[in-house]
Design a protein around this ligand. Structure first.
Ligand code: NOJ
Length: 748
């Protein structure tokens, strides 16, 4: 076995100098290794394949007969033809698989193990979109850390997360995987999650290499249809879609994934401008680029490459360092180099990036890192992680509506009917990308409610409908249950199947069968609390829209039922805020709050010849940033410390919040700006800062937020950051639609 990264004894050297010296030592050793590698071994380091050994929990054990796939992969690893495996986990088998590379391949280069650990491994945290509704960066960092601890113990080194694609079209199925529609939230959550996954030191066994994805503009797929083309100005790309990536890289992310989509006619996975000129040239990114699953092979289907050889050449030359799944790099790199179609220097560069990352992860010193069965047993689904999942769950819930203060509900003295396809369900609460979940760690709504209500609970549970189809007698049973109860808890929405990769929808509403159930139940006249399960901003209609109380609960993961019960019965007052708009109707898609004004801006009361659809106002039913709690909080008019800002100066915006209720309120004050006159038209509102504050029952607090010169930056016609003097609007408001702005001028 080959050992890299020997220790530099450095006397009085400072930490950055020690790190630089280590990197230098790594580089020397990596270069020495590259000098010994054959072209096949080099191609092998760039070849990433499915892990056929550890995709099942039990994995392969020493002495087990290997199936054909496993035997082929084992042979390839030993021949140095595979450098990394993905989507296998499990400490027990890590050593067995890693030994194939370390002990049985000529150069003993350790494998890199990657996995889609998107929102937890065994313990499942809320889906990223749901967690973003917490507007709590510390929470996001802590759940990513816990996921990394579980992943590290199971022998994983890299996670294909966070997804940092800004997602403004709720039809797109993958909205669920990211931080929603806003650039600032996407940037901040990209940083928090990257830090959480990578920890303080990549070498630590509990650190997972982060892989912000999908580079780039994947979230802008036309019509929200997955894998579709994207076409946008460079200005839009740089203003909206690239900043979250830059933020993640600045936070230390050392890998990224090239996207499936084509961007302005050039597929992202063959796009040199994106993958080399911007990523390396402008940003100085030092990690490696992995293609998305066969995305370099898909250059052929895009009509951008003639065949596999051509696709491999284009992707490699564009800047894709590692090929996921297709095998095209392994197959074609030797010949591409021999024929002079790809210079060996480019191959060496890609190999160097991969090996330097392996060295940064400490794999050369310890190829098995944290993989340890006892640690796995200790940390997988640990009490701490489940407590964190419950905390994250309840902080992710957004209360859209609470007419007549129906919520919170009393634990005693009332009878409840839990109705809907998600009431007793324990399979659909994890959400997409929970491939390694422990299904035993699943608290259904029913279980959560029963455990909150205690032994004397009066709770009936009736399915009423399947997710997308009626069930015989379902409505009748549900109506009878509703009639027999004081309050209906209606658990409706989307299944995992409706919200994930390749699960784009033309209609972002609740399926007709469930709407019919909702109508019938509401017709009993019983108060209805909607518990919505969803992976996107949705269209709410009929009895769901009209229910007096509405909770958005996304896919909350392992602790779903407990988290929902915490909020329903008031042990935790709702604190979540929407990270995506809920438009009135699907047909408004893409609807996002930070849209442009147009030359014919519309007001909700306008009728003709303004920029809107005939049927609904050009607004959201529930806007970005919206979320209620168990006390009404009112905002005073906004005050500014001055009505003009000096060039390079700063102002303070403040507001008085008053809690008119009897419970303490947690409020997220949001600072939005609008540049009234600029050489590039600016959004009607743009989030620049936010702050969570506590407002005591019956009391008031003053909240001051800084407004800085940098907050007024935008990209000008030359694509350079610019600030222009003139008039600006400022809001301090509870969401992206509320409040009245104050104005100030920026003087040069
Ligand atoms: C395809 C998805 O687009 C990507 O996000 C994921 O990481 C890979 N498959 C690997 O599973």
């Amino acid at each position: 076995m080959l050992l890299l990264g020997g220790v530099m004894i450095a006397g009085m050297m400072t930490a950055p100098r020690i790190a630089a010296a280590k990197a230098e030592a790594n580089l020397e050793r990596v270069n020495a290794l590259i000098a010994r590698m054959t072209i096949e071994e080099k191609a092998g380091q760039l070849n990433l394949q499915n892990d056929p050994f550890r995709w099942r929990p039990e994995g392969v054990n020493p002495g087990d007969a290997l199936n054909t796939d496993q035997a082929q992969t084992a042979a390839d690893i030993k021949a140095g033809r595979i450098g990394a495996l993905f989507n296998g986990v499990g400490a027990a088998t890590t050593r067995l698989v890693q030994d194939m590379a370390v002990k049985e391949s000529r150069l003993g280069i350790p494998l890199l193990f990657a996995a889609d650990i998107i929102h937890g491994l065994k313990t499942t945290f809320p889906v990223p979109l749901g967690e973003t509704a917490s507007w709590d960066l510390d929470l996001a960092e802590r759940t990513a850390r816990a996921a990394a601890v579980e992943g590290g113990a199971a022998g994983v080194h890299q996670t294909y997360a966070p997804m940092v694609d800004v997602a403004r079209d709720q039809r797109w199925g993958r909205v669920v995987e990211g931080a929603g529609e806003d650039v600032l939230l996407n940037r901040l959550f990209a940083i928090a999650r990257t830090k959480g996954f990578q920890g303080d030191d990549l070498k630590d066994w509990s650190s997972l290499l982060a892989c912000p994805k999908h580079f780039a503009a994947y979230g802008a797929a036309e019509a929200g249809m997955d894998y579709n083309s994207t076409d946008m100005s460079e200005l839009e790309l740089r203003s909206v879609y690239l900043p979250p990536f830059k933020a993640a890289f600045d936070a230390g992310a050392l890998s990224t994934m090239s996207a499936f989509n084509d961007l302005n006619g050039v597929p992202a996975s063959g796009n040199k401008w994106l993958l080399t000129d911007i990523l390396r040239g402008e940003w100085g990114f030092a990690g490696f680029v992995v293609s998305d699953y066969t995305s370099e092979q898909e250059l052929i289907a895009h009509g951008f490459a003639a065949d596999g050889r051509d696709a491999a050449r284009i992707a490699l030359m564009a800047g894709v360092d590692m090929s996921m799944k297709s095998g095209l790099y392994m197959e074609h790199i030797p010949d591409l180099v021999a024929s002079g179609d790809v210079p060996i220097e480019r191959v060496d560069e890609a190999v160097r990036r991969v090996l330097m990352t392996k060295a940064a992860l400490g794999l050369f010193e310890n190829p098995y890192r944290g993989a340890d069965v006892r640690t796995e047993r200790r940390v997988h689904g640990s009490r701490e992680h489940l407590a964190l999942a419950r905390e994250a769950g309840r902080k992710s819930i957004v209360m859209l509506k609470n007419d007549g203060d129906l919520l919170p509900l009393p634990k005693t003295g009332k009878t409840y009917a839990l109705i809907g396809p998600f009431g007793a369900d324990s399979a659909d609460l994890f959400g997409p990308w929970s491939i390694f979940k422990d299904t035993k760690l699943a608290v259904s709504l029913e279980q959560g409610l029963r455990s909150a209500l205690g032994a004397g609970a009066s709770l009936t549970v009736t399915k009423g409908s399947d997710v997308e189809a009626p069930i015989a007698g379902g409505i009748e049973a549900a109506v009878a249950a509703a009639q027999a109860a004081d309050v209906v808890l209606l658990a409706v929405g989307e299944s995992t199947e409706m919200s994930a990769e390749s699960k784009s929808r033309v209609d972002i509403g609740i399926p007709a069968a469930q709407l019919a159930l909702a109508e019938a139940v509401a017709a009993t006249g019983k108060p209805v609390v909607v518990i919505l399960r969803n992976g996107r901003g949705m269209e709410l209609a009929g009895a769901v829209k009209d229910a007096p109380a509405l909770l958005v609960t996304w896919f909350l993961g392992s602790e779903t039922g407990n988290a929902v019960a915490d909020v329903l019965f008031g042990d935790h007052a709702p604190t979540g805020r929407l990270p995506v708009s809920f438009p009135h109707r699907s047909g408004q898609s893409p609807f996002y709050y930070a849209h442009k004004a147009t030359g014919r801006p519309s007001k909700p009361t306008d009728r003709e010849f303004t920029s809107k659809f005939r049927e609904v106002p050009h607004t959201a039913l529930y806007p970005f940033g919206h979320g209620l709690t168990y006390a009404p909080v009112s905002y005073s008019p906004v005050r500014l410390s001055a009505d003009a800002m000096a060039w390079n100066g700063e102002l303070t915006a403040s507001v008085t919040l008053t809690n008119g209720g009897t419970r303490e309120a947690s409020e997220v004050v949001q600072l939005y700006i609008r540049d009234r006159t600029a050489s590039i038209t600016q959004p009607v509102r743009l989030l620049r800062h936010f702050k969570r504050v506590t407002v005591p029952a019956g009391g008031s607090v003053e909240v001051a937020l800084p407004l800085k010169f940098e907050d007024l930056l935008f990209l000008g016609q030359d694509l350079k950051p610019t600030v222009e003097p003139g008039l600006f609007d400022v809001w301090l408001s509870p969401d992206a639609q509320a409040g009245e702005p104050v104005q100030f001028t920026l003087n040069r």
